[in-house]
Write a protein that binds this ligand. Sequence first.
Ligand SMILES: C[S@@+](CC[C@H](N)C(=O)[O-])C[C@H]1O[C@@H](n2cnc3c(N)ncnc32)[C@H](O)[C@@H]1O
Length: 204
Amino acid sequence: MQIQTPKRTLITTEDGSHSIYVPELNEHYHSTHGAIQESNHVFIEAGLKEILKSKRSISIFEMGFGTGLNAFLTLIYSLEHDIDIQYTAIEAFPVEEELLNKLNYGEIINEGAFENYFMNLHSAEWEQWNHLHENFQFIKHKVSLLDFKSDDKFDLVYFDAFAPNVQPELWTTEIFQKIYNSMNSGGVLVTYCCKEHEIGWFFD
Ligand SMILES: C[S@@+](CC[C@H](N)C(=O)[O-])C[C@H]1O[C@@H](n2cnc3c(N)ncnc32)[C@H](O)[C@@H]1O
C-alpha cells in the first residue's frame, strides 16, 4: 500500500496540552477541548480501568499511535499501580521528530516526573519489543491497520482512528471483525468519534 504522510501542525487544546491538526483532512488528533482530558476520559477511565477490574496483567493494542499520548498515560498508570502491560501500537504515518520534540505532554503530566518515558516511547525501535520499564513492554509497527497481521491476542483495544467520514475504510464490519478475532474473551474496545449532523428545518 502506498503511504503518503499528510502535512501536520501543532495546536494547543483547552486544557493546555498540545495536539496535532491535519489541514487536508480537517481533523485533529484529539478533542480541541483537551487532549490529555480526552485521553484520560476515553482510554484510561473507560478502557484501562475497566479491564483492570478483571485482570492485573494485560495486553493492549492501539490503532493509531500518533503522538503517543495514550501509550504515555498507560505507561504512567502501569508504574503507579504496579500492573504488567504488553503494549502493541500501529501507526501508518509516524509523526515527524520535529513535531514530537515540541509536544508538551512530558513536561505537564505529573510535573515532568515521567518525561523520559515519553521520549523513550518515541525513540523505541520499531518492529521489536522494547523493555521500557519492568511493568511495560512495548512494540510499535509502522503499518496500516488494513495490512496489519498478528497472532497476538489482546485484552484491551484503543481504537483511535480519525472519524468515519475521513477514514470510512477503517470503520467497517470487516475491520471490527478482524479486531474482535484478535481479542481475548472478556476483552474491551474503546474508541471515540464525533460526527456532526446538519439539521434541516422544513416549513409548509
Ligand atoms: C485520531 S489520531 C490519534 C493518534 C494517537 N492515538 C494520539 O493520541 O496521538 C489517528 C491516528 O491514526 C493514524 N492512522 C491513520 N490511518 C491509519 C491506518 N490505516 N493504520 C494505522 N494508523 C493510521 C494517524 O496517522 C493518526 O496518528
